[in-house]
Design a protein. Sequence first.
Length: 298
Amino acid sequence: MASRLLSSLHFPARTVPIFRAYPTIHRKMSIFNASRLQGKTVLITGASVGIGAATARLFAKAGSNVILTARRVEALNEVAEACKVAHKESGLQQGGKFAVVQLDVADRKQVSSLLEKIPDELRKVDVLVNNAGFVLGTEKIGDISEDDMENMFRVNVFGLISVTQLFIKDFRQRNTGHIINIGSVAGREPYAGGGIYCATKHAVNSFSGSLLREVVDTNIRVTEIQPGMVETEFSVVRFRGDKSKADKVYEGIKPLVAEDIAEEIVWAASRPPHVNLAEIFILPVNQASPTINYRGGK
Ligand SMILES: NC(=O)c1ccc[n+]([C@@H]2O[C@H](COP(=O)([O-])OP(=O)(O)OC[C@H]3O[C@@H](n4cnc5c(N)ncnc54)[C@H](OP(=O)(O)O)[C@@H]3O)[C@@H](O)[C@H]2O)c1
């Protein structure tokens, strides 16, 4: 009698269907498994410096092939060399093919002839990282030059859309592919002095959202990464080469670095095929929005 009571206490009948209802409870997990990226081909725009260059190096380390594009070919070649070293150090057998292609994403002719410039063996792109982008100036609305306005939209918005259009048809045909767009905290919340840049990044957010919805009946994945402050050439470009003004942006705060964003990009790309990280909003500690931050903690 006592043993019958004990067994019913240890193995109450109602627990059995609970365990059966969750068979995936024993699924193998890993902290950061990037093995799915081995042998995959990744195309990155704006890969000559900053976030794009760091992303190229990390994909190389994960065993991917990388097509590096930007306007500055010499800088791209240096990144390609760093990719070769990263791949060699990884000891991985797959991947390790790197191609440099000069590409101004704002130049329609260059975009439309991009595929011809990619070596045959790398034409089947698996991951597209739309990273090329920039900001110019802090002028208030009314004082913004027409050229700055046009250039920011041409690169950040039209360039990103043109490159996406180039690859989406092939992704649809193969029913696979991952498009990773680099948006910004400025695409979530506008700020004074960023009238055009914020508008371009809001456009990236909206375009990424439409794309995500349009490919819902496919295996294509769409991710938008929205970084806060990242210390790269970004602010030097904004202040037209004035490094001291650029340095002031990061004064008293520990900003993100390019590698922090590269890790998020590679993390998103390496998730299982049924997982789509639609948005990643990443800030440095001590930044809460484009304008709310704490500068006493560096
Ligand atoms: N840094 C930040 O705080 C921050 C925050 C949020 C979002 N972002 C976004 O992150 C992305 C990368 O920026 P970053 O911080 O790495 O800045 P970065 O160091 O200035 O790098 C920008 C990259 O974009 C490329 N690029 C610029 N114009 C181009 C064009 N017309 N065609 C092709 N490539 C072009 C540059 O290459 P070439 O000059 O060689 O062409 C460079 O490789 C951008 O979309 C930016 O808006 C940055």
